[in-house]
Design a protein around this ligand. Structure first.
Ligand code: PCA
Length: 333
C-alpha cells in the first residue's frame, strides 16, 4: 500500500498532541457542548470506529468543550434520514453515503461510475478533483463538509454462479444508491433500495437475492449465511462523508472550528488508511467463511465495462458543467 496515508497520519498525530496540550490551557469544560452523531453502518465497521476516534480526538483537542457522541448502525436516525436530520438541525453532525444523494444533484454520484477508478490512489485523486464542488453544493444545503473516507472496491454477491449478464436476468437486486439501481436495470435485474443495516433481513426473507458492495459490508453482515458467491469486480469506490449543520458549526468559536477541521483531516487520513489495509482481509474472510470468491468472468467484466461507459455518459449528461469539470480535473491530475 502507499505509505502516504501513514506519513500524513503521523504528522497529524503530532499536531493532535500539540493541539491537545494547547487546548487544555485554552478551554474551560464548563461550557461543554454535546453533539450527537448518527452514523448508518455497523458499530464494528471501520467507518464507525474511525468516527469514534474522531469524536475522541475532538474531546481531547477541545479540552472537553465539545463532546461528539457517535450512534452507529442507524440507531439514532436510519441511513436515509441522516442528511435531512442534520440539515434541519435535529442532529448537529452525521455521516452518510455521499452517492445516495445522486437524485438531488447528479454530481453526488461522481464516485459510483463503474470503472472510473479501481485503486485507492485513483479514488483519492477523484476525491481531490470533486471535493471543492461537493463542498460548495453542501454549503448551499446548510451543511459543512468535514471529511470523507472510501469503501473498498465493489464486487457482486449472488446465490448462484454468474458468468455473464444473461445469468442475472430477473434477480432481485439490493441497491444502495441511484447508480446501483441503474446498474440493476441495465443488467436486467430488479432493483430494491435497502440500507446495509437491513440487508440481512432482506436476504433472508427473499426481498433481495443479490447485491453489489465491498467485502467490508459482506463481512459486517455475515453474508455467507445467505449467499455463496462473491465476484471481485473492483468496479468503483463509493465514499462516506461526515458533515455538520452550518448553524451548529457557526456556534463554535473559531479556535474550536480549527480544532475540528484539524481532527477531520486526521480522520480522513486514518480512515482511508484503514480502508486500504482492510480491503483484502475482508475478501479473505468471505472465503474463510465458505463463500466461493473469484474474479468476475472475462465476459461479465467486458459487459459491465460497456455498462460503465453508458453510466459515465448518462452521468456527464445529468451532472452538467460541474460533472465535466470534475472529470477534467481528475484526468489532468
Ligand atoms: N458498503 C455500503 C456502501 C458501499 C459499501 O461497500 C453498502 O453496501 O451499503
Amino acid at each position: 500500500m502507499s505509505i502516504l496515508p501513514i506519513v500524513s497520519l503521523r504528522r497529524l498525530g503530532r499536531v493532535l498532541v500539540a493541539l491537545s496540550t494547547l487546548s487544555l490551557l485554552a478551554f474551560a469544560p464548563a461550557h461543554a457542548q454535546k453533539w450527537d452523531m448518527p452514523m448508518a453502518y455497523a458499530d464494528s465497521n471501520y467507518h464507525t470506529q474511525n468516527g469514534k476516534d474522531f469524536a475522541e480526538a475532538i474531546r481531547v483537542a477541545t479540552g472537553g468543550a465539545l463532546e461528539v457522541v457517535v450512534h452507529g448502525g442507524g440507531s439514532l436516525f436510519k441511513g436515509n434520514e441522516i442528511k435531512r436530520a442534520v440539515q434541519t438541525g435535529q442532529a448537529p453532525i452525521g455521516e452518510r453515503l455521499l452517492s445516495s444523494h445522486q437524485n438531488e444533484n447528479a454530481v453526488f454520484g461522481f464516485d459510483s461510475i463503474p470503472f472510473l477508478v479501481s485503486t485507492f490512489e485513483e479514488s483519492e485523486k477523484l476525491w481531490q478533483a470533486a471535493r471543492p464542488t461537493i463542498e460548495r453544493i453542501l454549503i448551499d444545503q446548510n451543511l459543512v463538509l468535514l471529511y470523507s473516507v472510501p469503501w473498498p472496491g465493489q464486487g457482486l454477491y449472488f446465490n448462484q454462479e454468474v458468468s455473464s449478464i444473461a445469468d442475472m436476468k430477473g434477480i432481485k437486486f439490493r441497491a444502495y444508491n441511484p447508480a446501483t439501481s441503474r446498474l440493476a436495470e441495465l443488467t436486467g435485474m430488479q432493483p430494491v433500495q435497502i440500507e446495509a443495516a437491513e440487508l440481512t433481513q432482506a436476504l433472508s426473507t427473499g426481498v433481495a437475492e443479490a447485491f453489489v458492495s465491498s467485502g467490508s459490508t459482506g463481512y459486517d453482515r455475515k453474508v455467507w449465511e445467505q449467499l455463496g458467491y462473491f465476484y471481485e469486480v473492483n468496479a468503483w469506490m463509493p465514499r462516506n462523508y461526515v458533515f455538520v449543520n452550518k448553524d451548529a458549526w457557526n456556534d463554535l468559536d473559531e479556535g474550536q472550528r480549527n480544532m475540528v477541521k484539524g481532527m477531520a483531516m486526521l480522520a480522513e487520513s486514518a480512515g482511508t488508511a484503514r480502508a486500504h489495509q482492510l480491503a483484502d482481509w475482508y475478501v479473505t474472510q468471505l472465503a474463510a467463511n465458505g463463500m466461493k470468491v473469484q474474479m468476475a468472468h472475462d465476459d461479465l467484466r467486458a459487459q459491465l465495462k460497456e455498462i460503465g461507459q453508458t453510466m459515465l455518459d448518462e452521468w456527464l449528461e445529468s451532472a452538467g458543467e460541474d460533472g465535466k469539470a470534475i472529470l477534467e480535473a481528475y484526468r489532468n491530475m
